[in-house]
Design a protein around this ligand. Structure first.
Ligand code: HEC
Length: 410
């Protein structure tokens, strides 16, 4: 097994001895302060010697997909490690993300049967209470996320500027030289970025609002290294704009990558949990870092038994399932992208965050929530009546639900 997400410093559980305190942390990303500007950062020297933090990303299994070919391609359920680094200056912050993907996929033109590789970086709009972060990936009601998304695009340029991709030409077929060719390349990359780069605010599936003006401006790029079969993505943005304020000692961030080869609408998505970034040289962010990276260490054996008794009627978790267990989110990888605080909240107060993803036209018996007086009410009952030690054991166990990291097969 390669690096696990959590750096385990002590044994998880000693037989029947249950720990209720939690002192283990995931690795924090430390953003180094630099003086240079981030223009052209994807090729700049300032990112040459950066220190990278390893982060695991997991297939978001929450929703069982209907598409058979997609389901087959994703049945392997393989998680990956991505490497992330961050730097900041007085006004901006930049992230560099590297990951392996041996099957280069580029979304060509507007074909609908070819999907591009891609990556996304997201931030909670409000992180003043680190125990109540938005639903990972999409945000949730009253807990919005800001998402920046970039998809891999070909270096072709549609010369008429009228959007007719049939007329796209490659740089080899132009008769431009020198400055004209430079301008051509610039046009190509601008076109590509504008077309396949999106920022949006989201409060759950079906409630994305794309930001089309410059108010959340980012600079994003993807560069593929054919020798190593890996992508390098870069993102730079203002530390502060009208959506988010990252100019604080530490803040949460999450990452997603798409593998276009896997066919899913937009490619298979692998998602991290909320990570923490600390701006080097600033103090006072320790509470946020420890709250978000906190893991519950209870009795795993008892947690599993309690989980079987109380939860499997509705939920799938890996091999564990019952006749009705498709009527709730699939928890197979939940430990990979949910924090202990989120899992605890889900158990004690299911209405706090309603997983915003299920088809509303589903049969009444299989709905994930009902709408009562205009408010969503989860069909999951609250388990707040459980003994606190039992809840701790369940949280501890649910955190272990995640697939192992494997080397990718070609
Ligand atoms: C009666 C069916 C039912 C039972 C029993 C049940 N759940 Fe749920 N659970 C749901 C439904 C439906 C949702 C989705 C709606 C929501 O977010 O509340 C959900 C959501 C969740 C989520 C959030 C999943 C995500 O993708 O973010 C977690 C975590 C969870 N449940 C854990 C548990 C645990 C642990 C137990 C046992 C202590 C349990 N559930 C028992 C129906 C159930």
């Amino acid at each position: 097994m390669k690096t696990e997400f959590f750096k385990i410093k002590t044994a998880f559980s000693f037989g029947f001895l249950a720990f209720t305190s939690s002192t283990l942390f995931a690795e924090n990303i430390i953003a180094t302060k630099v003086n240079s500007s981030f223009e052209g950062i994807e090729t700049s020297n300032i990112i040459k010697d950066l220190k990278f933090t390893e982060i695991s990303v997991y297939p978001q299994k929450t929703i069982v997909l209907n598409d058979k070919s997609v389901a087959e391609k994703n049945s392997q359920n393989i998680s990956k490690i991505i490497k992330v680094s961050a730097i900041y200056n007085d006004s901006d912050i930049a992230f560099v993300i590297k990951w392996q993907d041996r099957t280069l996929s580029i979304q060509e033109g507007y074909k609908t049967d070819i999907y591009g590789d891609g990556f996304a970086v997201q931030f909670p709009k409000d992180y003043s209470d680190p125990k109540k972060l938005p639903y990972i990936g999409m945000g949730s009601e009253n807990r919005e996320v800001l998402v920046h998304l970039q998809k891999a695009v070909p270096n072709i340029y549609e010369p008429n500027g009228n959007g007719n991709v049939e007329l796209q030409i490659s740089r080899n077929n132009t008769n431009y030289f020198d400055e004209e060719l430079k301008q051509f390349d610039q046009n190509v990359s601008n076109l590509a970025r504008i077309d396949y780069q999106k920022s949006f605010v989201s409060a759950g599936f079906r409630s994305l609002t794309e930001i089309k003006d410059d108010s959340a401006k980012v600079d994003m790029n993807m560069v593929y290294n054919h020798n190593y079969g890996c992508w390098k993505g870069t993102l730079s943005r203002k530390l502060k704009d009208e959506y988010i304020n990252l100019n604080s000692p530490s803040f949460p961030v999450a990452f997603a990558i798409w593998d276009g080869d896997k066919n899913n609408r937009g490619g298979t998505k692998l998602l991290s949990s909320w990570q923490t970034v600390t701006l080097d040289g600033k103090t006072g962010g320790e509470v946020l870092v420890s709250e978000i990276n906190n893991i519950q260490t209870g009795n795993l054996e008892n947690g599993k038994a309690q989980f079987k008794a109380n939860c499997i009627a509705c939920h799938i978790a890996g091999e564990m399932k019952s006749a009705m267990s498709f009527m709730a989110p699939d928890l197979t990888n939940i430990g990979g992208y949910a924090s202990s605080a989120y899992i605890r909240e889900s158990i004690i107060d299911p209405n706090a965050v309603i997983v915003p993803g299920y088809n509303r036209n589903a049969h009444k018996n299989f709905e994930w929530y009902q709408i009562v007086d205009g408010k969503r009410i989860s069909t999951m009952p609250s388990f707040s009546w459980l003994d606190e030690n039992i809840t701790n054991d369940i949280v501890s166990y649910v955190q272990t639900l995640k697939t192992q990291i494997k080397e990718e097969k070609k």
